[in-house]
Design a protein around this ligand. Sequence first.
Ligand SMILES: Nc1ncnc2c1ncn2[C@@H]1O[C@H](COP(=O)(O)OP(=O)(O)OP(=O)(O)O)[C@@H](O)[C@H]1O
Ligand SMILES: [Mg+2]
Length: 232
Amino acid sequence: MPVSLRGVTRGYPGLTALDAVNLEVADGTAVALTGSSGAGKSTVLHLLGGMDAPTTGTVEIDGKALTPRRMDEHRRQVGFVFQRFHLLPALTVLDNVLAPVLPRRVDFDRRARAVELLEAVGLAARASALPAELSGGQQQRVAIARALIGRPRLLLADEPTGNLDSVIGRDIVDLLLSLRERYGTTLVVATHDPEVAASCDRIVRLQDGRITADTELTPPADVLDRLGGLRP
Ligand SMILES: Nc1ncnc2c1ncn2[C@@H]1O[C@H](COP(=O)(O)OP(=O)(O)OP(=O)(O)O)[C@@H](O)[C@H]1O
Ligand SMILES: [Mg+2]
């Protein structure tokens, strides 16, 4: 879904985490947020996900202002992936994936979707394992399946590769990008890893709560060729 920040400031006592930020994320795109620690990346994700509200300015979802009344409904359309996985240690892999939709009324078969997602992340065979029995990369795959269980239209990831070595991190980003295509979600990823950022469609750089660079990336030539001669 298309999401934007319009003149968004987020202040805390004595500091401005975001300063009059304007950001438009087009439907279905993958945007990387980069910038040093404290630049405001997580703050942007929390605002886009309806987990925080601006001090001034507006968050827009589908071109409509996100009012306090609509925040609960919006959060149900968002999947979130964290740096530290945050799986529930006493639940199996399958139950971790199911957990977010168990208390909710949904119009799909929860268990069938959980199994489909575990297949999509390559972990169908580990459905009854406990998180502690999985590697870090596998735990993050479970967390990605869990983020997608509620059919989100927006997937937010905060340093999803921050606790993984770079080879595994690469796999995780490729997985996020391919699931984004498969399920038609918009993806916003906060990352310190230049390689992760480079695989997105666009890199937005933050510094001290302001956007200091905004770069559209051209897909590699082979991708353009596969898309059917769209090459300029
Ligand atoms: N709950 C809070 N109370 C006070 N200040 C906060 C709070 N959350 C964030 N901040 C401040 O807002 C600024 C932006 O924080 P944010 O977490 O968005 O940075 P970040 O770019 O995600 O950094 P990192 O790369 O370290 O995760 C920082 O100065 C931070 O200390
Ligand atoms: Mg952060």
